[in-house]
Ligand binder design. Structure first.
Ligand code: 5RP
Length: 220
């Protein structure tokens, strides 16, 4: 399975004594499982999670979790992505964890993105861009977000707005092809009410992709 292969390759970057950021999603799941195996075999690491779900998975796998507020720097963070463009810009947040994911990735010396080859695209945009917004006046924020040139949908969960671990909402934004991710991110981030966007630009140090047969490494 391609996601599992990519995840297991990424875990080879983790060494004794490291502080590790753990991503969220079905690909990161495999990284957590493999890291858990290595910890049970004697690897000494500490980790921070990018979501409550991930923290629970890590604890179940016996990976020691520390509070992110106590950590100044991470050696490595391993996380999935929804899309990876040719210049290694990412769309993330399909699982709703983009804010913590960006905080963790920004604190990591090496941010390893694990994807199968279905996530590799020429331009971002097929996957709707998740934008985390505060619930207060979200309708107004939605209008302002749409003025950037997209159609957006409030993410729902069981007939209620989906609520992130940080108690915010998510707008899934269809921009079509995003040829200039930096300006889209800059415009959205400047809007009152927008907490974070799912665009991760110039952050991925290594992207591990897999076509199911072999694992390729990409260094931007
Ligand atoms: C969660 C994310 C995930 O990394 C992204 O959605 C990819 O998920 P998966 O590995 O399940 O395809 O950004 O917020």
């Amino acid at each position: 399975m391609a996601k599992k292969m990519a995840a297991e390759r990424a875990v080879e970057f983790v060494e004794d004594g490291m502080m590790v950021g753990l991503g969220t999603g079905s690909t990161a799941y495999w990284a957590i499982q493999r890291l858990g195996e290595r910890v049970r075999e004697g690897l000494k690491i500490q980790a921070v999670g990018t979501s409550e779900r991930t923290e629970a998975l890590a604890q179940a796998a016996q990976i020691p979790i520390v509070d992110f507020s106590r950590v100044a720097q991470l050696d490595v963070a391993i996380d999935g992505a929804d899309e990876v463009s040719r210049d290694f810009a990412l769309t993330k947040g399909g699982g709703g964890a983009l804010l913590r994911e960006k905080l963790v990735a920004s604190a990591a010396s090496r941010f390893i993105v694990i994807v199968d080859d279905t996530k590799l695209v020429r331009y971002l945009g097929k996957f709707p861009l998740p934008v985390e917004v505060v619930p207060f006046a979200w309708q107004l924020t939605k209008k302002r977000v749409e003025a950037a040139g997209c159609r957006s949908t409030l993410r729902m969960h069981e007939d209620q707005p989906f609520v992130t671990d940080n108690h915010n909402y998510i707008l899934d934004c269809d921009f079509g092809e995003i040829s200039d991710p930096a300006s889209v991110h800059g415009y959205l981030k400047a809007l009152p009410g927008v907490v974070e966007t799912g665009l991760f630009i110039n952050m991925a140090y290594v992207v591990v992709a897999s076509d199911g047969q072999q694992v390729a490494l990409h260094y931007p």
